[in-house]
Design a binder for this molecule. Structure first.
Ligand SMILES: [Zn+2]
Ligand SMILES: [Zn+2]
Length: 337
């Protein structure tokens, strides 16, 4: 059985792995599809050592441990990369978002032919096309961002970043009753941004503004003050986001980086006097898979709209041409078959 590992400079390789024997509550999956996440791209660009790729998994059950009752062979499922445990003090206090004792992928690559996981990480995804089902995780991440920020209905929302998370935030915020949605990206001439801009508009974004253009802030504020912003982009963009929001405005950061741009210099005085707040969100443990699956199943969010490329696992070296330069790749899904 093979699984994909990568380190910086898009140095990826399929490594031969042994599948561990099944524990009583474990399930062995054939991976059908696995999305390429921003974190995978960070590893492909910056990791010093070979690291496992992939956690946005749709799979099919190959075998179940002796005590597994909720799943059966051939059933199609999706995977929470970090699950909540349900029994720790945080879970029992109604703060399962703070649980740190649930099951996870134990450093196994989701971009692999097979995977062994604990059944508590799985959800039924019968009948959903595998490419769409693999988007359950990034949509759940975006749902958590928007719910944590809780933008007021009818009020303007700015979203920095037009990657998968920024785009799904736009789609979910639109569904949830946001007012004018403005997407903010850097370069209007980027091939990736052109495609992502079309997707953003299909998801209900009202405007796209580029920070490379002079007076981009004025262009946004000429319409009406911005109430809230999401930074689905590197951390330094929290600075212009906090500048952009109005008195009492709220900014939520979810973009991370493993590079030097992990820090930002904030004007705390201004935040205090202007009653602005900065929130963060990370979807560990996963909390929103049921809602994410429901929105996908019912077609309320067309999650496949962002998938610009799919690649057989064996063609992993093509990730370099898709992401090593400005190519029109918004979301790529690896297929194991
Ligand atoms: Zn992801
Ligand atoms: Zn717990």
């Amino acid at each position: 059985m093979k699984g994909l590992y990568a380190r910086k400079s898009f140095d990826s390789q399929l490594q031969e792995l042994t599948v561990r024997s099944l524990g009583p509550r474990e399930v062995r999956l054939k991976v059908l599809a696995c999305g390429v996440c921003g974190t995978d791209l960070h590893l492909l660009r910056q990791a010093e050592d070979y690291s496992p790729l992939g956690h946005e998994v749709c799979g099919q059950v190959l075998a179940c441990g002796s005590e597994v009752k909720r799943f059966q062979v051939e059933q199609q499922v999706v995977l929470e990369d970090v699950a909540l445990c349900g029994v720790c003090e945080a879970c029992k206090s109604g703060r399962s978002d703070l649980c740190r004792s649930g099951q996870d992928m134990q450093s196994a690559p989701g971009m692999a032919e097979e995977l062994v996981v604990h059944e508590s990480m799985l959800h039924d995804a019968t009948g959903i096309p595998p490419l769409a089902a693999a988007m359950t995780e990034p949509l759940a991440v975006s749902i958590r961002c928007v719910e944590t920020l809780n933008p007021r209905p009818g009020k303007p929302l700015a979203i920095f970043g037009m990657g998968a998370i920024g785009l799904y935030c736009a789609a979910y915020a639109r569904l949830r009753g946001a007012g004018r949605i403005v997407m903010i990206a850097r370069d209007p001439n980027s091939a990736r941004n052109r495609i992502a801009g079309e997707i953003a508009q299909a998801y209900g974004a009202d405007d796209i503004v580029y920070t490379k253009e002079v007076d981009w802030q004025q262009r946004i504020l000429a319409q009406e003050p911005v109430d809230a912003a999401i930074v689905a982009a590197p951390p330094p963009l929290c600075v212009p986001a906090l500048d952009l929001v109005d008195y009492g405005g709220r900014v939520l950061a979810c973009g991370i980086t493993f590079g030097e741009d992990r820090q930002a210099l904030l004007n705390i005085n201004d935040m205090v006097f202007q009653k602005k707040s900065l929130l963060t969100s990370i979807a560990e443990p996963a909390l929103d898979f049921p809602l994410s699956l429901q929105l996908i199943r019912t077609g309320r969010i067309d999650v496949q709209r962002i998938i610009t490329h799919s690649l057989p696992l064996a063609q992993h070296e093509r990730l370099k041409e898709l992401y090593g330069q400005d190519a029109p790749a918004v979301k790529t899904v690896m297929l194991s078959a």
